[in-house]
Design a binder for this molecule. Structure first.
Ligand code: ASP
Length: 453
């Protein structure tokens, strides 16, 4: 049994919806379909979810909102007409939207979620209707009836454990189940949504709950590539990845999906397959718990900007008991999450995200470090990019770091820091943001195989 999730671009218009129906019909194992709201039809288009946010914002601000509402209804009307569905479905969607607006209470976050979630909810109803019209037994599944219970952190909800037990019975469904992504219900019965892009999370939860043999994530790319194709246009496609590799790669900016989104599927050891709605015959990328690998093989190179480093030095630091703890305690008290902390005998650096630093915060943190830890020197450098070289085959591989360093040196890229050891399957380099692209290109050329794994 497979759970297939289709993203917004895969359901953006009638043509895309028909492709999705064909894909589901082509494999009888595809028993549950998780759907997003209609996404962008072209690059400047607006996603239905964004139209809904604009609608809710207008209502909250006490402004006229008929235009915003009409835009949302218009998207569904276009889909309804192109698919030749009964016009009553659009009337029902409009009534549903007006009802959500009318039921606004005094919690704006909760109201926003109720409006936002209608994108997926109404799209699932349309999709179910399309299957039925084609003579395929299918039915819309209401997340409330199915027991998709979430915490009441609106816009950032977490799944509650009991949801998995509740949803398990979907496995017995005779018809194809069409499940709206992105939202569930709190114990109080309010709609709550996951963070943006959260239909991936719904798909992973449902796949884990029904113990699916595969969680298929249909999107608009053929596969995951070994490096960002915008930086390295000939980056090979990756056929097979482990969950660990995916986690390391997505930490440093691999954009196919957010690693947190797949946690439920990973915990239940459900293999995940990323496939292209526009080219379903392409094999895609399979993500599994374990795989065979070639010794010394690099799977992918990811990179992300927006990091800063605090550099500290203090003579005889290595002899001072509790120095690291006190440093990290200062960061914790200042609500700064540290990412890495490579250290030497008399020095230590801490890598953090740049985003939380205002000039005042920076001064305050440096002052605390200088006075409370009595360091000889403390500086902060912004504008760092992290580059992760990842591969199961990197375990115990001799000479890999040397090859990477040589490639960076040949490209004239200065290495600001290296972190290796804490994970057997990755090496991390810190370079200046300005050098990021060049570094990825040099490393890709030196370390990646031409045809992927
Ligand atoms: N429609 C939602 C969004 O745009 C959720 C999703 O597509 O996964 O964020």
């Amino acid at each position: 049994m497979k759970v297939a999730k289709f993203g917004g671009s895969s359901l953006a218009n009638a043509q895309q919806i028909l492709k999705m129906v064909d894909i589901v019909k082509a494999d009888p194992d595809r028993r549950i379909v998780v759907v997003s709201a209609p996404g962008k039809r072209f690059s400047d288009d607006i996603k239905v979810t964004d139209l809904l946010i604009a609608l809710a914002e207008a209502v909250i601000a006490g402004q006229p909102y008929e235009d915003e509402l009409a835009k949302v209804v218009g998207r569904y009307a276009e889909i309804q007409q192109e698919l030749g569905l009964d016009a009553s479905i659009v009337t029902e969607i409009e009534a549903d939207l007006r009802d959500r607006v009318a039921r606004r209470g005094d919690n704006d976050a909760q109201f926003m979620d109720a409006v936002k979630a209608s994108g997926e909810d109404n799209n699932a109803k349309i999709v179910a209707q399309v299957f039925v019209n084609q003579g395929v037994p299918a039915r819309y599944i209401d997340p409330k009836d199915a027991g998709m219970l979430l915490s009441d952190d609106f816009a950032n909800a977490q799944v509650l454990d009991e949801s998995f037990e509740n949803l398990a019975s979907l496995r017995e469904e005779k018809d194809i189940g069409i499940f709206p992504g992105f939202f569930g219900y709190t114990k109080q019965g309010d709609v709550a949504t996951f963070p943006r892009g959260g239909s991936d999370i719904t798909g992973a939860i449902v796949a884990a709950a029904v113990k699916a043999d595969m969680y298929e994530n249909f999107t608009d790319v053929d596969s995951v590539f070994a490096a960002d194709p915008r930086v390295l246009p000939d980056a090979p496609a990756i056929a097979l990845l482990t969950y660990r590799e995916m986690r390391e790669l997505s930490y440093a900016g691999f954009g196919v999906f957010h690693d947190e989104a797949i946690v439920p599927a990973v915990q239940a050891k459900v293999p995940i397959c990323i496939k292209n709605t526009n080219r379903p015959s392409a094999p895609g990328t399979l993500i599994v718990s374990d795989r065979k690998y070639e010794h010394g093989e690099v799977t992918g190179i990811a990179s992300a900007e927006g990091f800063s480093a605090i550099y500290l030095s203090k003579y005889m630091m290595n002899r001072e008991m509790g120095f690291g703890r006190r440093l990290l305690q200062i960061l914790e008290e200042e609500q700064l999450s540290f990412e890495h902390a490579p250290s030497g005998i008399d020095n230590m650096s801490v890598i953090l995200e740049t985003a939380p630093f205002t000039p005042e915060k920076e001064q305050h943190v440096l002052n605390r470090i200088r006075t409370e830890l009595g360091v000889d020197d403390a500086t902060i450098e912004h504008g760092l990019a992290l580059i992760m070289i990842v591969g199961e085959g990197m375990r115990y591989a001799v000479g890999l770091a040397a090859g990477a360093c040589a490639a960076l040196a040949d490209a004239g890229v200065n290495i600001e820091l290296i972190n290796q050891g804490s994970s057997e399957i990755s090496i991390m380099f810190g370079v200046k943001e300005l050098d990021r692209k060049q570094a990825v290109q040099a490393l890709g050329k030196a370390l990646l195989k031409k045809n992927g794994n």
